[in-house]
Ligand binder design. Sequence first.
Ligand code: SAM
Length: 217
Amino acid sequence: MRVRHKPWAADFIKAHPEIIIPDPEKCKGNWKELFENNNPLHIEVGSGKGQFITGMALQNPEINYLGIELFDSVIVKAAEKVMEAGSPKNVRLLLVNGAELEKYFEKNEVSRIYLNFSDPWPKTRHAKRRLTHENFLKLYEAVLVDNGEIHFKTDNRGLFEYSLVSMSHYGMKLNYVSLDLHAEMPEDNIMTEYEEKFSSKGQPIYRLEAQFQTKQS
Ligand code: SAM
């Protein structure tokens, strides 16, 4: 994604701690307190301009959602979207790197991880940057509940094929695979900004649900 510098983004973020959580490492192990309930926590890594996480929060008030985004100029757009939706209490945003999830979550603290239209990093030498690389899967497993799930959507066939192989090498179980989500269009599908853009051009959207296979000791 092309990221435009927004000089006012830092001030905007400081002015909205109720949506973009300051010092999120202090919430590690205590997200239930922040949300003031015991509901499951679902996170999206690379939430972009926030349409998915906001839509999910409105659709599922019994789930807590965190959108994780790397760039301040992008997260401010997501924060505006949350505000436009009336600032639902079950959605917050984190301006952090998804490669450092263990700084912010304890094992078993996250019930599901969403990856939507993650950057494809098509060059082989950049494979470690793909959010479905083995190193990221390890990280997700370290914060998810036992047998936790990853739900992944993309327009990028190469990244989808890579992710199927990466997840299956990791020993994950595939519970759902679609090569054309919009041909099925489940009623509860919440579209992301990228999904709207690519599907409007007639491109197929790929989707999978994969589950870690926790070994019981
Ligand atoms: N999910 C959104 C959608 O479908 O419209 C945005 C997709 S965009 C291609 C990928 C987003 O992931 C960008 O906003 C980017 O800044 C963010 N991103 C990439 N790597 C990240 C990381 N390691 N941690 C957090 N966000 C990341």
